[in-house]
Design a protein. Structure first.
Length: 254
């Protein structure tokens, strides 16, 4: 695991927090940083909505498809609810009985270990960052990185003043859920139309958003709206193509 790219990624994420950023897209970058920093198979940010946990940002090696329960149950749900680090260092070892069904699911999915870091704000659990590996966890992985990324996620979700951060956290979670759903839907539309892989379609969406002068989430929502109006005619929409003329720069008038 090379620490230099990870340090650069952390600096970039921190710098982004003082800008006007797209929240779902930033969470995807945090998940990708966890994936690379831990040399993991999957890294997922899951957020609480009431009593349920929802995976909102996923990064994986070669678009690995895994059971969604790995991101929303067992130690992941425990970490989110109890605001504590949770871990299964080796899924093949006999456990205490607390997460046995999760352990069996992880093993059948080809995973070797999972470590989960809570995402909290002022003592309130907002969710968790889960990192899955194919090998056992061992002692060589930078555990401090996981909690650092979880804390950066919390800052991204709760950028308001201290007295309103509890309510802001809840509204931010809902905003991320909506944004993540739009990004996922638009990625699927682009993948189907252009014959892209999921990763290629997600990159295409980010490039289209920049070319159209908007955020990933807003452009994804516009694509979904266009798809809903004319499902069979999405190819005629300018939204799925790079504009032929450059978008005018932002202007601020007094």
């Amino acid at each position: 695991m090379n620490t230099t790219p990870t340090k650069l990624a952390l600096a970039d994420i921190t710098a982004t927090l003082v800008t006007h950023f797209d929240l779902p897209a930033l969470l995807e970058r945090i998940a990708a940083t966890a994936l690379n920093g831990f040399d993991a198979t999957t890294a997922v940010i899951s957020l609480l909505e009431g009593d349920e946990l929802h995976a909102v940002a996923t990064s994986s090696v070669n678009d690995v498809l895994t059971d969604d329960r790995l991101f929303t149950t067992g130690p992941v749900l425990t970490s989110a609810r109890e605001t504590a680090v949770a871990m299964i260092g080796d899924v093949t070892e006999q456990g205490t009985g607390r997460w046995e069904s999760y352990r069996a699911l992880a093993q059948s999915s080809g995973l070797g270990a999972v470590r989960v870091y809570p995402i909290t704000s002022l003592g309130v659990g907002l969710g968790a960052l889960a990192v899955h590996t194919t090998d056992t966890w061992g002692s060589e992985r930078p555990d401090e990185l996981g909690q650092m990324l979880a804390d950066l996620t919390s800052l991204a979700l709760t950028t308001g003043a201290t007295e309103v951060r509890r309510t802001d956290g809840t509204s931010a979670v809902q905003s991320v859920l909506n944004g993540a759903a739009a990004i996922s839907g638009a990625t699927g539309v682009l993948a189907e139309f252009f014959g892209d892989s999921t990763t290629e379609a997600r990159i295409r969406l980010a490039r289209l958003a920049r070319a159209h002068g908007t955020t990933d989430s807003k452009h994804a929502a516009a694509i979904i709206a266009a798809q809903n109006v004319a499902p069979a005619d999405i190819g005629s929409s300018h939204l799925i193509y790079v504009p032929t003329a450059p978008v005018p720069p932002r202007r601020f008038d007094s």
